[in-house]
Design a protein around this ligand. Structure first.
Ligand code: MN
Ligand code: MN
Length: 458
């Protein structure tokens, strides 16, 4: 099978591998949407991007960003054309499936302290037990301060985890269906086993009391502060090379930080394009894109309005025209053909494969394309031409075989704003598992595709 690897040797191959090393580092340090925004902002500032809220005027060639509540981000590079001519937009999401702590998470049972969780996004729950997990979060205190907490990533940090039943006693469990083997309310995270001693000790729950004492000493937080906190329980540890030939990357949260990072790198490389460039890193995709940091929020339109205003081009009609004239690659991960599960894939060359480059999906959705943006072929023709002109390796695919399942993305939300949109992205194995896998050449081809789209689509 011909793959994009055949285009790489020598310096080109080295550039690809270096890019993927940088991505691995970014992914390892970006386990939550907040951390992703923080790390993306650091790269953007280094590349000369300024906070749109802090500049008074915007002119051609300027690079600006809007940080939405630390959980989503929009970046712009102002092109030579008027803004109402539209943007070339890249979009991806930066939230990933995980376990969130409940608002009253800490309790004691059987002499052990645990955190109660509610899972976020679509997961196979049995994949999250008997493995090292880390705790990433923020605690917003009543005095207006915020405490950042990360436990489980440094070599000498403890990890936390969820128990699984020993095989010796699992006769009943093993007879259950996959959906019920481990149930949502049983995803409780073990955090301690030493009872509090001494004069502070109350009658009830000494192990829980000891954990609270530890949290107070280390972070100056009280039990009630969990009410205004966001904690995400995620797989502990770094992203790594995968395969004896190091051709792939295994890591947590490729979905969809893999498209977010490659899109980000593409806009960071832009210098004064003809049509203005835009990159959206959005939150909440895994739960439906709602909320004021999700793609359904008016925050994106507001951001464009602010940009137009600071370039003295704002009026309502110009904003509407800008949206109508915009074109977008809405990127999210795709399902790569898996020889262990061939029967779930789409037949007849309609499935994505590792190594064949960025994936374009005319439509996504489930059960008769339901919930999908179905890209217009006139627009797909433009995209094909730009990819071919820039010698970008691409493939087209469906997310598995018809009626096997499906999935949605942010594409339809932008298309509802009258933007021309197609789904694109990078194919994975193990999507939504603790550790997902992607091909390095696909990552690099996606980055090249994004650069070509920002530069040349019109
Ligand atoms: Mn996704
Ligand atoms: Mn997903």
């Amino acid at each position: 099978m011909e793959t994009a690897w055949s285009n790489y040797s020598g310096k080109k191959l080295q550039a690809l591998m270096d890019f993927c090393d940088e991505y691995k580092e970014f992914l390892s340090a970006s386990k939550t949407e907040r951390e992703t925004v923080k790390n993306a902002l650091a790269l953007a500032k280094k590349a000369g991007f300024k906070d749109l809220e802090k500049v008074t005027k915007v002119k051609v060639g300027d690079k600006v960003y809007l940080n939405n509540r630390g959980k989503s981000l929009v970046l712009f590079v102002v092109g030579k054309e008027k803004l109402e001519k539209g943007f070339n937009i890249l979009g991806a999401h930066i939230d990933s499936p995980r376990l969130d702590l409940k608002q009253n998470p800490l309790y004691e049972d059987g002499g052990l302290a645990l955190f109660d969780t509610h899972y976020y996004g679509g997961i196979k729950k049995y994949q999250w037990v008997a493995s090292p997990l880390a705790l990433h979060g923020v605690v917003c205190k009543k005095d207006g301060t915020t405490v950042d907490i990360v436990v489980g990533e440094k070599d000498d940090d403890p990890v936390v985890g969820i128990s699984d039943l020993l095989i010796h006693l699992a006769a009943d469990q093993m007879a259950k269906t996959g959906a019920k083997v481990v149930e949502g309310e049983d995803l409780n995270v073990f955090v301690g086993s030493i009872p509090l001693k001494g004069k502070d000790k109350k009658e009830k729950d000494p192990v829980k009391q000891n954990i609270l004492k530890l949290l107070k000493e280390k972070y100056d937080i009280e039990e009630e502060d969990f009410v205004s906190a966001e904690f995400e329980v995620v797989p502990a540890g770094k992203a790594r090379d995968y395969g004896l030939d190091k051709s792939m990357i295994l890591g947590y949260g490729h979905d969809d930080r893999i498209c977010a990072y490659t899109s980000l790198r593409a806009i960071l490389d832009m210098t004064t394009p003809e049509r203005s460039s835009c990159c959206i890193l959005s939150d909440k995709e895994e739960v439906g894109s709602q909320g004021n940091t999700g793609m359904q929020s008016r925050a994106f339109e507001n951001a464009i309005a602010e940009l137009m205003n600071k370039k003295n081009e704002y009026n309502e009609l110009s904003l509407r025209r800008c949206l109508k004239n915009s074109m977008m690659l809405s990127s999210d991960v795709s399902a790569a053909f898996d020889p262990n599960y061939p029967s779930a894939s789409s037949p007849n060359n309609n499935n994505a494969y590792f190594g064949r480059g960025i994936v374009f999906n005319k439509y996504t959705g489930a059960r008769g394309k339901s919930g999908s943006n179905d890209a217009n072929p006139e627009f797909i023709a433009k995209v094909r031409r730009v990819m071919d002109d820039n010698k970008v390796a691409f493939q087209t695919s469906e997310l598995g075989k018809v009626d096997q399942g499906g999935g949605g993305t942010i594409a339809y939300i932008l298309a509802n704003l009258d933007i021309e949109v197609i789904d694109a992205g990078i194919a994975l194995h193990n999507m939504h598992a603790q550790y997902e896998v992607a091909s390095k050449v696909d990552i690099y081809e996606a980055y090249r595709a994004y650069v070509a789209f920002l530069k040349d689509i019109k």
